[in-house]
Design a protein around this ligand. Structure first.
Ligand SMILES: [Mg+2]
Length: 249
């Protein structure tokens, strides 16, 4: 299975989830695990059968892992930014990432409110709605507009910031140069939150790491996908080093 095959399946899933959401009347809590919404469950129930039928294994935020002995595993966040979705805030996404024995193979992150769709394939760059993307070139903190997950401990010199509530879309918005950097001050993100966006970031030229500067080790992360890590992403190496110094204290 190559990246093109995978992306065709991912596009189909994103579209099917959008159709499923269009028919939804209840955007409230599911009564399942804490913080799980009806739309999370609906989206998961659409995505997982398609992935399994296509021969992929699955690791999802919303259901048990399946088919982990298969050569390509899909890491799935059916809806990232579920609270935004429940409030009608148009910043929530389906995030899908295929992982093979060489690492991240292909990914798709689709804003389900606007239809904006990011894709990336290993070694092939990243796109938004079919057009190549690249990050901003800001190197100075004082010139940078950052997007945050969680609350910074103190002001460390940014020009402006936003906090929007979908890490997948926040990271993709660094990949396309909307924001100059991303920093996580929460208790961390699970693999399904960031795997799709991580490939879109790295293929666009974004520098991405843990807050201490450590590179992401996907072989290990896949073994415990619910374990949480804190990420930084920046359009330039110099802004990234500045962010590491500011955040990892
Ligand atoms: Mg989710």
């Amino acid at each position: 299975m190559d990246a093109d095959n995978v992306l065709e399946i991912f596009h189909q899933i994103a579209g099917d989830i959008r159709s499923g959401l269009d028919e939804l009347d209840d955007w409230g809590l599911s009564g399942g695990h804490p913080g799980q919404y009806v739309h999370d469950v609906v989206a998961d129930e659409i995505a997982i059968p398609i992935l399994l039928a296509a021969g992929l294994g699955v690791v999802s935020e919303e259901s048990e892992s399946q088919g982990l002995d298969r050569p390509v595993i899909a890491v799935v966040d059916p809806i990232d930014g579920s609270t935004n979705a429940s409030l009608g805030i148009p910043w929530y996404a389906t995030s899908l990432c295929a992982v093979d024995s060489d690492g991240l193979l292909a990914s798709l992150v689709c804003n389900q409110a606007t239809g904006n769709t990011y894709v990336a394939a290993r070694g092939m760059g990243a796109e938004l709605n079919g057009e190549p993307i690249q990050p901003s070139r800001k190197s100075e903190m004082k010139d940078s507009i950052l997007v945050f997950n969680g609350l910074p401990h103190s002001y460390f010199g940014w020009k402006q910031y936003r906090a929007l509530g979908s890490a997948a879309l926040d990271l993709c918005s660094v990949a396309d140069g909307t924001f100059d950097g991303f920093a996580d001050f929460s208790s961390g993100l699970a693999l399904w939150d960031y795997a799709g966006a991580a490939l879109i970031c790295s293929e666009s030229g974004v520098v991405i790491s843990e807050t201490n500067g450590a590179k992401l080790d996907f072989e290990n992360l896949l073994k415990s996908p619910s374990s949480r890590i804190r990420l930084l992403a920046s359009g330039t190496q110099s802004l990234h080093e500045n962010l590491i110094d500011s955040v990892d204290v």
